[in-house]
Design a protein around this ligand. Structure first.
Ligand SMILES: NC(=O)c1ccc[n+]([C@@H]2O[C@H](COP(=O)([O-])OP(=O)(O)OC[C@H]3O[C@@H](n4cnc5c(N)ncnc54)[C@H](OP(=O)(O)O)[C@@H]3O)[C@@H](O)[C@H]2O)c1
Length: 264
């Protein structure tokens, strides 16, 4: 997929990773529609990027999602990046908070793909990219709602990738680990045990670029140790859960949940 000159719809553009993705794609000559809830963050970013436009919408409202899709017009590349952290033990959530996390993190990306894929298929070109997480490959205590949505995105992306391949439409799923400097992990203030490595928002943006340009199905953005750990969790989830417990995994998710309370 050629990025230069393409119309990109980027959700979560006001967030830590979204801003890096927006700058990188605009730098490659894409026309980017930046969305998020905070117009006061989107507008200066669009001004900085020159050709970008903005639309502030709340994706937990289905009518707003429709408005965004109408306004977006012909989309060549969808980057479904917006999400809520969904961190914390299950009993700490209200039903409304569960619904909102599933809506924003999983249902909206599906609805957007459903709306945009037919015209991409008719044109024989286009790309759908879903921002999952290593939490979409390895489940941890204190992360059940986030895990559910990010595992869900992985399954959805894999299936429609196979469905859309004959039509010439690419599909990718990106799996960041812990990202420093900006974004929902960095802002939580949670501390990692020594030896657990991080990546930067720019690493995620570079992975997005490479996923789209080379139509890569799945791309991890994490040091080798975390990548191997999440692969192992897929093969032997029970053993992996035991190891994670011994390494203090529940302490990390608990401190994440504390730092992300206001994002529910
Ligand atoms: N940061 C990490 O370490 C990390 C690791 C793995 C995966 N990820 C994934 O990377 C993606 C970006 O995360 P981030 O770190 O950039 O998070 P972030 O800084 O918290 O940004 C989240 C973005 O989602 C938008 N959003 C949330 N709820 C919304 C709603 N109801 N309607 C519209 N937009 C909404 C936010 O918009 P407003 O702020 O304008 O409301 C913001 O632009 C997410 O899918 C996340 O799960 C992040």
């Amino acid at each position: 997929m050629q990025i230069s000159g393409s119309n990109v719809l980027l959700t979560g553009a006001s967030g830590g990773l979204g801003q890096a993705i927006a700058r990188t794609l605009a730098g490659r000559g894409a026309r980017v529609l930046l969305t998020g809830r905070r117009a006061d963050v989107l507008e200066p970013l669009a001004a900085e990027l020159g050709g970008a436009s903005t639309l502030a919408v709340d994706l937990s409202d289905p009518a707003e999602v429709d408005r965004l899709l109408e306004q977006a017009g012909e989309v060549d590349i969808l980057i479904a990046n917006a999400a809520l952290p969904g961190s914390g033990r299950l009993e700490s959530f209200s039903t409304e908070q569960i619904d909102r996390a599933i809506e924003v993190n999983l249902r909206v990306p599906i609805v957007m793909a459903h709306a945009l894929a037919p015209s991409m298929a008719a044109r024989g070109a286009g790309h759908l990219l879903f921002m999952s997480s290593l939490s979409g490959k390895a489940a941890t205590a204190g992360s059940s709602i986030y895990n559910a949505t990010k595992f869900g995105l992985r399954g959805f992306a894999g299936a429609i990738r196979a469905e859309l391949r004959p039509a010439g439409v690419g599909v990718s799923c990106v799996f960041p680990g812990f990202i420093r400097e900006a974004g929902m992990f960095a802002e939580s203030g949670a501390k990692l045990p020594p030896g657990v490595g991080t990546r930067t928002p720019q690493d995620v943006a570079d992975a997005v670029l490479s996923a789209i340009e080379r139509n890569r199905g799945e791309v991890d953005v994490a040091p080798i140790g975390l990548r191997l750990g999440s692969t192992f969790a897929g093969i032997a989830p029970e053993v992996s859960a035991r190891v994670t417990r011994r390494m203090g995994g529940e302490r990390i998710t608990a401190s994440l949940a504390d730092g992300q309370q206001e994002k529910r």
